[in-house]
Each structure stands twice: as C-alpha cells, then as structure tokens.
Ligand binder design. Structure first.
Ligand SMILES: NC(=O)C1=CN([C@@H]2O[C@H](COP(=O)(O)OP(=O)(O)OC[C@H]3O[C@@H](n4cnc5c(N)ncnc54)[C@H](OP(=O)(O)O)[C@@H]3O)[C@@H](O)[C@H]2O)C=CC1
Ligand SMILES: Nc1nc(O)c(N)c(N[C@@H]2O[C@H](COP(=O)(O)O)[C@@H](O)[C@H]2O)n1
Length: 231
C-alpha cells in the first residue's frame, strides 16, 4: 500500500482555526492539484473529526478525471474512508451518499445497533481488530496499520490521507506514510488549540525524517513535497 498525505496549512502550521471550522487556506490552483492527487488514489481517508467539522464530500471536482478513471476500469470516484472508533459519523453525512463506496473503519467498541444504522445509511462498516487494551473502559482508537491492511484486502493499493491533524500524526506514528504534500498558505491562523498538521501525543525521541523532493508555487502559497525516509 502506498500512502500519500496531503493537507493545507497556514505558515504557522495550522489546518483550521481553534473553532475547527473549515477554512480556505489554498486557492483554485491548489484545489486542482488536490483533485489530481485524489484522482490517482484508490481511496481518500479522513478522521471522524474532519467529518464532524467539515462534512466533506471527498469526490472529484473534474468530470474529465472521473471519465478517465471509468475508461481505465476504475470507479469514477475513489472510495472514501473514515477512521471512526465508535461510529460517530452522522447518518446524514455527505460522505454516505452514493457517489462512491464509503468504508467506516470502526473499533470493536462500536455498538452493534450503531453499525447497523451506518450500514443502512450507505456505509460499508469494517470492524478493525487490534489496538491498545480497552480495560480502562475508554473507547480505543482504530489501529491504523490493521485498518490499512483491511483496505488492502479490499483492493486499495494507493491511499490519500487528507487529515485532520490527529489522523495524520497517527499515520506517521504507525510508520505508514510514503509521501507528504503540504500546501503552505500565506496566512497566520494562530491559536494553541487550533489543529496542526500533526497533533496526537507528539514525538519525543525518534522523529520521522522527510526528504524534500519538490517545491511548487501555487496561488499565493507553496506546495512542499516530501518522500518519507525510514527514520
Ligand atoms: N487544511 C486542511 O488540509 C484540512 C483541515 N482539516 C481540519 O482539521 C480539523 C479536524 O482535525 P482533527 O480534529 O485532528 O480530527 P481528525 O479528522 O484527525 O479525526 C480525529 C478523530 O479520528 C478518530 N480516530 C480513530 N482512530 C484514530 C487514530 N488511529 N488516530 C487518530 N484519530 C483516530 C478519533 O475519534 P474517535 O475516538 O471518536 O474515533 C479522533 O478524535 C477540522 O478543523 C478540519 O477543518 C481537516 C482536513 C484537511
Ligand atoms: N487542500 C485543502 N486546502 C484547503 O484550503 C482546505 N481548506 C482543505 N480542506 C479540506 O478539504 C476537504 C474538503 O473536501 P470536499 O471539497 O468537501 O470534497 C476537507 O477535508 C477539508 O478539511 N484542503
């Protein structure tokens, strides 16, 4: 599985404001680049935090790209994936429409009736075993490495991760990231509680190392493209 992370951040590293409202950080040139990255992917993954904050659709904007995929025997839109430990995705979320297959990667802590409601709303619910021990009674996060294996079993070879900061951090922590594309918009958002490109617990000793392989000026910002080393 090849995993590509893509996100837009302010110069101070924020993905959105402290209110976690969707914010336009990039512009039309970058949205077109993102659409190309989506079109090359078999699936686009976000965390449930992004679904609750943004209600994204995660489909292709350009009809030509959908047509080209269909011509190549692929679904018109990439599949959509949400990591959602306890099934908090709203049953009326836009990602549950019939524009593409949507996998919800849930942990075994998700109640059966919630799984059934999400299934009825159009999701393909995948229960991912593994992760930390649940003896403290807290709902466990989805084990991302096991979740990615479950996606590979469903024919997904190229995965695009769009965020947010919690999920991007977990992808680096799990050691599954191959490429990172960070659009840096010419703005400052600030706020100690605003989401950043990589939140989670943070690394203290061993840090993922990146190789800068390309830079591209788009709109009024810059895209930094990295390959991820072995650490
Ligand atoms: N500028 C940009 O490019 C983008 C910006 N955003 C912004 O980011 C914000 C949302 O980001 P954020 O709050 O970090 O939420 P995320 O989208 O990263 O979702 C995090 C949630 O996913 C669930 N989850 C399940 N398994 C895991 C796991 N293994 N690792 C991490 N999370 C897991 C958790 O909820 P649970 O425990 O319930 O399962 C967790 O709280 C919004 O403000 C949105 O607008 C989002 C995408 C792109
Ligand atoms: N690449 C990028 N640039 C920005 O300026 C953004 N605000 C975002 N946000 C993320 O894009 C997703 C929206 O998807 P749909 O248009 O609904 O398909 C969502 O995840 C936003 O957080 N991305």
């Amino acid at each position: 599985m090849h995993v590509v992370v893509n996100a837009a951040q302010s110069v101070d590293g924020k993905l959105a404001t402290r209110r976690r409202e969707q914010l336009r950080i990039s512009g039309p040139e970058d949205f077109d680049r993102v659409d190309r990255v989506r079109a090359a992917a078999d699936a686009v993954l976000v965390g449930v935090g992004t679904v609750l904050a943004d209600d994204p659709h995660l489909t292709l904007d350009e009809e030509d790209r959908r047509v080209e995929r269909l011509r190549n025997g692929r679904p018109g839109n990439p599949a959509r994936v949400v990591v959602d430990s306890t099934g908090r995705t709203p049953t009326d979320a836009r990602i549950l429409d019939d524009a593409a297959t949507t996998y919800l990667l849930v942990s075994p802590a998700t109640p059966q009736e919630r799984r059934e409601a999400l299934d009825a709303a159009g999701a393909e619910v995948v229960v991912v075993e593994g992760g930390a021990d649940e003896s403290d009674g807290e709902a466990d996060h989805v084990d991302l490495a096991a979740g990615i294996d479950a996606l590979a079993e469903r024919g997904i070879d190229r995965l695009m991760v769009e965020g947010g900061g919690e999920v991007i951090y977990s992808c680096f922590e799990a050691g599954v990231v191959d490429e990172l594309h960070a659009y840096v918009g010419s703005m400052v958002i600030g706020g100690r509680d605003a989401p950043t490109l990589a939140d989670g617990e943070g690394f203290t000793e061993s840090f993922p190392r990146l190789d800068l392989v390309d830079t591209e000026r788009l709109d009024d910002g810059i895209v930094l493209s990295y390959e991820v080393g072995d650490g």
